[in-house]
Design a binder for this molecule. Structure first.
Ligand code: CMC
Length: 428
């Protein structure tokens, strides 16, 4: 394959280098295009744009492949733990036993949050969305941990990374507890990362939370599946914010904002709400018809993906975890699950969905699973964010060691008015 290509503009031939990755599409390096031609590239939605180089995560959307640092997602979900995957994503290799112990002990060291952070929650309305609280309190960490905010110091970057991985679950559980009017539960460092999260969410001072191994194992899988997904909207947002060299807590809080939307991390909440609204298998054809109607903006939530044009590999693992949890909790006859299974069957055999390559994505089954575990729909995206914090941190750390890293500043195709005279108000 060639290592350059040519573009002819206004009679001028411009050479553009081609850069090859390990696998996946090569890229045409257009960095000097404006300098050499006076033209920008135009790609709203970034469907043909590689915004950076990265060695963290690889997706083959046509084949339905997802690799973290070269390891298949299915294998990691089966054999690894969330903290081990966090180490892998951030450091590039799976840890040996000593490294794992050092890393997990360090995370445990940071699970508590400054006591004054508790008072932040009192400022929120009880019925406020927990993700709204998360945006604020994650950003507010910068007011408490300024001693690890210097992004140019690798040691401070490591400390702030570990602080966020440890504290985000604590903050998420606090947001949940506040929203249901229960007292906050302190972390228990004798528990694993996922067990501790369940404990902080579901224990009350009067009654201990009894860990159900099937539930904590499924949560481990859910967190692994959600940990990273290359340059998605929230990760790109974190990178863009971080490119200004702002402190790490502010950058990660920007990721929370971008993730919240129903087209991204909010889809699992939207998918469960949709399944509940459909309510019964007999109503499915009506909703399939709505999804296909070009004049109706209804979409089947939990279906379709910008990159996967085949079955989302995470959805397969998620479907299995979903059955395991429902089985362990005796909820296999759940009506929502019946609707989901039938909807999936019908959609996978329908021409509209086949032609547009719309397969179930991870969010289709994660909502049902999290709901069975006892989480209300508004917490689904918060759980996604707890897991994705690790991916955001991996990309954020990578950025700082990349010599190509510079302030992200896209340009535009201006379609507004040209220069014109100001008209005084009484003459308009
Ligand atoms: N139901 C019905 N039609 C759909 C759907 C859907 N879920 N998704 C896409 N389409 C149609 C869409 O109407 C369009 O049709 P046409 O070409 O006739 O205008 C065509 O498929 C292409 O859609 P698009 O919006 O241009 O495709 P996109 O790549 O921009 O969208 C998506 C990707 C995920 C935003 C979209 O599939 C969607 O809205 N899905 C529902 C929301 C959802 O489940 N999001 C979670 C994504 S996975 C979690 C994550 O990684 O963040």
């Amino acid at each position: 394959m060639s290592d350059k290509c040519y573009l002819e503009i206004d009679g001028k031939k411009i050479e553009l280098p081609i850069k090859k990755g390990t696998v996946g599409p090569s890229v045409i390096d257009v960095r000097d295009l404006y300098k050499n031609s006076g033209y920008f590239t135009f790609d709203p939605g970034f469907t043909s744009t590689a915004s950076c180089q990265s060695d963290i995560c690889y997706i083959d959307g046509d084949k339905g492949v997802l690799l973290y640092r070269g390891y298949e997602i299915e294998k990691l979900a089966e054999k690894s733990s969330f903290l081990e995957v966090a180490y892998l994503l951030i450091n590039g290799e799976l840890p040996n036993k000593d490294k794992y112990i050092e890393f997990s002990d360090a995370i445990k060291n940071h699970t508590m949050v400054h006591e004054q952070i508790r008072s932040f929650y009192n400022g929120f309305r009880r019925g406020g969305h927990p993700m709204a609280m998360m945006l604020a309190v994650v950003g507010a960490l910068s007011a408490f941990y300024a001693d690890s905010s210097n992004v140019n110091d690798p040691k401070e970057r490591e400390i702030s990374s570990r602080r966020m991985i440890a504290k985000v679950p604590t903050l998420a559980a606090m947001a949940y507890k506040y929203s249901i009017g229960q007292p906050f539960i302190y972390p228990d460092n004798d528990l694993s990362y996922c067990e501790n999260f369940l404990h902080m969410c579901f224990a009350v001072p009067a009654t201990k939370y009894k860990i159900n191994k099937s539930v904590s194992n499924a949560l481990e899988k859910i967190f692994i599946l959600h940990a990273d997904h290359e340059q998605n909207a929230s990760t790109s947002t974190v990178r863009l914010a971080a490119s200004s060299a702002v402190n790490p807590f502010a950058s990660i809080s920007a990721g929370f904002s971008a993730l919240w939307g129903p087209l991204h991390g909010g889809a699992n909440e939207a998918a469960l709400n949709m399944l509940k609204k459909i309510g019964s298998v007999k109503n499915i054809p009506e909703y399939i018809k709505k999804a296909k109607d070009p004049n109706d903006n209804f979409r089947l939530m939990g279906f379709g993906h910008r990159v996967y044009k085949s079955y989302d590999p995470r959805a397969k693992v998620m479907q299995k975890a979903c059955y395991e949890v429902l089985d362990a909790l005796g909820k296999k006859n759940d009506e929502v699950l019946k609707v989901a299974l039938e909807l999936e069957k019908i959609a996978l055999n329908d021409d509209y969905f086949i032609q547009k390559k719309l397969y179930p994505n991870i969010d289709f089954y994660s909502g049902i699973t999290l709901s069975a575990m006892g989480f209300p729909p508004e917490m689904f995206v918060v759980l996604f964010a707890v897991a994705r914090t690790v991916g955001w941190i991996a990309h954020w750390s990578e950025m700082y060691s990349d010599p190509l890293n510079k302030l992200n500043r896209p340009r535009q195709l201006y379609i507004g008015k040209n220069k014109r005279e100001f008209v005084d108000q009484d003459k308009r």
